[in-house]
Design a protein around this ligand. Structure first.
Ligand code: FNR
Length: 189
């Protein structure tokens, strides 16, 4: 087991989210290799600067996890060719300084991006917008490979659960690439 921690952030709060299921597939593959955790951010409130300091407990908890992690893997749906507002809200919170003396927890953190959609786009356009945001926040983005899975319905089992078929090797490829990406960054540090 590598001494590497990865947090997965899923941009959908839906119980049966395909993106959550994709993150769970990644977790299944990675858990014998690294420490991986899928973050639950469903209780993070809408950002309002009136409640920024001290930050709500859930925001503080997620910031602490991010400080300790070596990389963040985003799994994003596509809503109207963008990533969902709930994800933007979370990232807005994380983009803010922790306190007068401590900055944001995001700059320099390695980031990977994937997504799945029932439509043809496979979340590629939403991912591009996410890249723009994460770049602005000075995250260290792994631009290649980035998994985009269209036509989710073609990879479901008879109960409607995600059963990665053609896309499975690409998920493994991205997972392995992200471990290498993180290892290279850790050596530089
Ligand atoms: C969608 N969906 C969608 N799909 C897509 O491929 N491109 C798009 O632009 C949109 N736009 C969109 C807007 C809104 C408001 C909703 C609610 C949905 C469909 C979307 O991909 C589908 O609901 C996925 O199942 C959402 O991801 P999760 O929740 O399954 O992870």
């Amino acid at each position: 087991m590598e001494n590497i921690r990865i947090l997965a952030i899923v941009g959908s709060l839906r119980k049966n989210s395909y993106n959550l299921q994709l993150a769970k597939e990644a977790e299944k593959y990675l858990k014998s290799k690294v420490n991986i955790e899928i973050i639950d951010f469903s209780e993070v409130p809408l950002l309002n600067q009136d409640i920024e300091f001290p930050a709500p407990a859930k925001v503080q908890e997620i910031r602490e996890k991010i400080k300790k992690t070596d990389g963040i893997w985003f799994f994003t749906p596509e809503y109207n060719h963008f990533f969902p507002g709930v994800l933007k809200n979370l990232i807005d919170w994380l983009s803010r300084p922790v306190s007068d003396t401590e900055g944001s927890v995001l700059p320099g953190k390695p980031a990977a991006i994937s997504g799945i959609s029932p439509g043809m786009s496979g979340t590629g356009i939403a991912q591009d917008h996410l890249v723009t945001l994460l770049s602005f926040l000075n995250m260290d983005i792994m631009n290649v490979p980035r998994l985009t899975i269209p036509n989710a319905m073609q990879q479901l089992d008879k109960d409607g659960k995600l059963e990665l078929k053609a896309s499975a090797p690409y998920l493994v490829k991205e997972a392995d690439a992200f471990i290498e990406f993180i290892k290279n960054r850790k050596q530089i540090d």
